[in-house]
Design a protein around this ligand. Structure first.
Ligand SMILES: C[S@@+](CC[C@H](N)C(=O)[O-])C[C@H]1O[C@@H](n2cnc3c(N)ncnc32)[C@H](O)[C@@H]1O
Length: 448
């Protein structure tokens, strides 16, 4: 019996079915990822939500009015992480473990990222005058507020969600004799009202970015104060941010994220558990992308383009398709996520987490690093992931899923122009290669 030839309508219907199947699979994956993440953000709340429901809560934040939260906080103190006979220095024993972890995980590196500090200093210098009042969201050590005061701001108010961090910022402010200029308050920005301020601020400064630009809900928090506390012309520092994603060929990743064989023994079944759904952070794995050889296979995709002075939550659809052109041949082992933040659309101060921009900035890689998502080009239901082999100048389609608060991002391969795994009709087309058109015109044996 001659192989069955498909009419263009049949092909179209199959393509539609395949696309729907992919879309359903993407929706299911998204639901699974959201469910996976939900307990994490709930536990990071450390006992109480702010007035406004925002995904990310700073480590060590405790809602001030909740007794249950205070009890919870005692249980979550750092000393509880150790058996009783272990020695925990008194200075950290009672501090929230999330905060001790956060400070040791990234605060030191962040403060020692001198190009980051310089970026903020230069931007503040452009706008601070003796007439400007400055609001900071997320004082941390108080560094940015102290810069503003050093530059001669009229007044500076900073809010800090973590009680211990707030106390440390206040101590730093005192140590630098800036207490007449700067007030640091222990609260979330969502609890701040204009009554807490001498007047509406002329400048809003914040550095509440994560490894993913919006990973710490920067847009939510900034939009919230924009709507309730700022002036229409308050300068926002930094004003702009772009989240990028780029396909990379990086065989080194394969050596830690998949397996083939050892000594002729086939180990490949274990690849069925390869996680191609999550974005993982390089610093969590203790390596820098700038120290791993890789090749960029595509132009960067702008997956989020934010103007913190204008953009509102809900600015994008939760699922969007991107078409990506390959600029090199290779195997797309992963999608690399990085971001840039910059002063304004026409300004030239820029801060970037791209690995080619952080080669000489070890602290930045240890603070933010980059995010990676492994790629699976296979069809839904396959037991093992399929490599995505791309060809220069060919286009590939990805579905970008974002959580409503944009904290979680995922790119899913949908199809491409040359990869046979990506094209649901490729196998059929191959079978049809030897066909003659007469069989089709006659309707073919199977068609009757
Ligand atoms: C990445 S650190 C930056 C610290 C400091 N601004 C700097 O640049 O060195 C962010 C700090 O903001 C705090 N934070 C984040 N979101 C906040 C919010 N919405 N309200 C108050 N504090 C917040 C965190 O607890 C953390 O201490």
């Amino acid at each position: 019996m001659p192989p069955k030839q498909l009419s263009s309508m049949q092909k179209f219907a199959m393509q539609q079915q395949e696309a729907e199947k992919k879309a359903a699979a993407v929706a299911a994956k998204r639901a699974a990822v959201a469910a996976q993440q939900a307990p994490a953000s709930a536990s990071s709340s450390q006992g109480g939500a702010p007035k406004k429901n925002i995904g990310f809560l700073p480590p060590g934040y405790v809602a001030p009015t909740s007794k249950a939260a205070a009890a919870q906080q005692r249980k979550e103190s750092f000393e509880y992480q150790f058996d009783e006979h272990f020695l925990v220095p008194e200075r950290i024993a009672k501090a929230p473990s999330a905060l001790v972890e956060a400070v040791n995980d990234f605060h030191y590196a962040m403060m020692n990222d001198h190009p980051r500090n310089r970026f903020y200093y230069e931007l503040l210098k452009k706008h601070v005058t003796p007439e400007t009042g400055v609001l900071e969201i997320g004082a941390g050590s108080g560094l940015l507020s102290m810069m503003a005061a050093q530059l001669g701001a009229k007044w500076v108010v900073a809010v800090e969600g973590s009680t211990e961090m707030c106390r440390l910022a206040q101590e730093n402010v005192k140590a630098n004799k800036l207490q007449d200029k700067i007030k640091v308050m222990n609260m979330l920005s969502t609890d701040l009202t204009p009554k807490h301020l001498p007047e509406r601020p002329h400048i809003l400064v914040s550095e509440i970015f994560g490894t993913m630009l919006l990973g710490e809900s920067a847009l939510d928090y900034i939009q919230d104060v924009r709507e309730r506390v700022l002036r229409p012309d308050t300068v926002i520092i930094p004003q702009m941010g772009i989240q990028y994603a780029v396909l990379i060929d990086c065989p080194t990743l394969d050596s830690i994220c998949s397996v083939t064989q050892w000594n002729g023994l086939d180990l490949s079944r274990v690849n069925s558990l390869k996680d191609t759904a999550s974005c993982v952070f390089t610093k969590k794995y203790g390596f820098r992308m700038s120290s791993v050889p890789f090749k960029r296979l595509s132009e960067p995709i702008k997956i989020l383009d934010i103007d913190f002075a204008k953009t509102n939550q809900g600015f994008t659809q939760l699922e969007r398709e991107f078409r990506v052109k390959a600029i090199e041949d290779g195997t797309a082992h992963a999608i690399l996520y990085y971001w840039t933040a910059f002063e304004s659309a026409d300004g030239n101060e820029i801060m970037s987490t791209a690995p080619w921009d952080t080669i000489d900035n070890f602290p930045r890689d240890m603070q933010w690093g980059q995010a990676l998502q492994l790629v699976d080009a296979g069809k839904e239901g396959e037991s093992e992931p399929t490599a995505l082999v791309v060809k220069r100048d060919e286009e590939y389609s990805f579905m970008c899923c974002t959580s409503e608060d944009h904290v979680i991002v995922q790119l899913n391969f949908m199809g491409g122009s040359s990869d046979k795994h990506a094209d649901p009709l490729a196998d059929l087309e191959e079978v049809n290669l030897d066909d003659d058109d007469e069989a089709v015109e006659a309707g073919g044996a199977d068609a009757q």
